[in-house]
Design a protein around this ligand. Structure first.
Ligand code: AVJ
Length: 325
């Protein structure tokens, strides 16, 4: 069906995606490593995004509802730190749900959603622009894991990066420091960052959140193989792999794997990838931090933790960071 509404003129689009070949060879190389890997960014195709949406509503998966609760409860204080008139930049904006909790109170002069899912980005930006006609929405279609060059074209104003959802937990700690250094450079001396971070806690609670009774997380994990099948013209059979997720306390991270149920050889990109029985593909790490641990991490990137907001049970945290002087 054609969209009967014209695009609102407070919404603009910018395209900054690298050539698709780059990401294909990166993905293939990661599957040929000693410990096979798939970057968790590949989870989020159409179906993967839908499954993740379902995860966020599962009784065991506390992060989303807890963060929403923190953002709503503290929107006034949060807005004082971010400041009205700021340029709010959200890498991996998805459906732009969480930013809605802040917009009315914060009154930023522009919102810059960045996402690698073109269709979702377009839909989400247009919807948001219609809902908030006073807001300048500048959508950027880009892979922020790879390049930040798009930032030359942003409107003027105090820049604040909004990075909710503990997405930063997907990065290895050193990569998280590198990410925060880029954030610091992007926002400059006068800017800031609002970052949502899942907290270290009991293994039982964490293990339950990634092994839900309904099996949605298992489906989400397995679905990444469908994506690989499309991107690399491969023949992974989902029935031959099973979901594994556990909290690695020593490294303070949830690990998700897909475990091969049998010895098998999978056709992939004109070649084959061999699995022994029980061999795994590491599909995701989700690092958990203490407030002190996260403050130290941010400090390594030249960012000072100005303020933290936690829920009562100390399950989740939202932090305002500023360049350290
Ligand atoms: C979107 C990376 C924050 O690590 O909790 C949820 C993704 N994976 N269940 C997380 C995820 C399995 C999620 N993040």
């Amino acid at each position: 069906m054609k969209n009967p509404l014209p695009d609102p003129d407070n919404v603009t689009f910018q395209h900054a995606l690298p050539a698709p070949d780059d990401s294909r060879s990166e993905l293939l190389a990661s599957l040929q490593r000693e410990q096979k890997l798939i970057n968790p960014k590949y989870f989020y195709d159409e179906r993967g995004s839908q499954l993740f949406d379902r995860i966020t509503r599962l009784p065991e998966y506390y992060p989303t509802r807890t963060e929403i609760d923190i953002l709503s409860r503290h929107r006034e204080a949060i807005s004082e730190y971010c400041e009205a008139g700021c340029i709010l930049i959200e890498p991996g904006s998805g459906s732009c749900e969480k930013v809605r909790l802040l917009l009315d109170e914060l009154q930023p002069s522009a919102y810059v959603p960045i996402d690698i899912s073109a269709e979702n980005l377009r839909r989400a930006a247009l919807e948001l622009g219609r809902e908030y006609p006073w807001l300048n929405v500048h959508a950027v279609y880009a892979d922020f894991n790879q390049s930040w060059t798009f930032t030359d074209e942003l409107p003027e104003g105090k820049r604040v990066v909004f990075y909710p959802g503990s997405t930063i937990g997907n990065l290895e700690p050193q990569a998280a420091v590198n990410f925060l250094m880029r954030v610091r450079y992007l926002v400059g001396d006068g800017g800031g960052a609002l970052v949502g971070v899942d907290l270290h806690k009991s293994s039982d609670r964490l293990n339950a959140a990634y092994n839900d009774a309904e099996g949605v997380t298992a489906e989400f994990n397995l679905n990444v193989l469908e994506r690989v099948n499309v991107l690399l013209d491969a023949e992974f059979d989902l029935k031959n792999f099973r979901h594994l997720a556990f909290y690695n306390r020593e490294r303070q991270r949830i690990e998700m794997h897909l475990v091969s149920e049998q010895a098998q050889s999978v056709r992939c990109n004109g070649s084959h990838i061999a699995f022994t029985e029980g061999e795994s593909i590491h599909t995701e790490s989700s690092y958990k931090y203490t407030v002190e641990g996260f403050a130290k991490l941010a400090a390594r990137a030249g960012l000072a933790l100005e303020r933290s907001w936690l829920d009562e049970d100390e399950l989740f945290s939202v932090h305002y960071l500023e360049p350290a002087h």
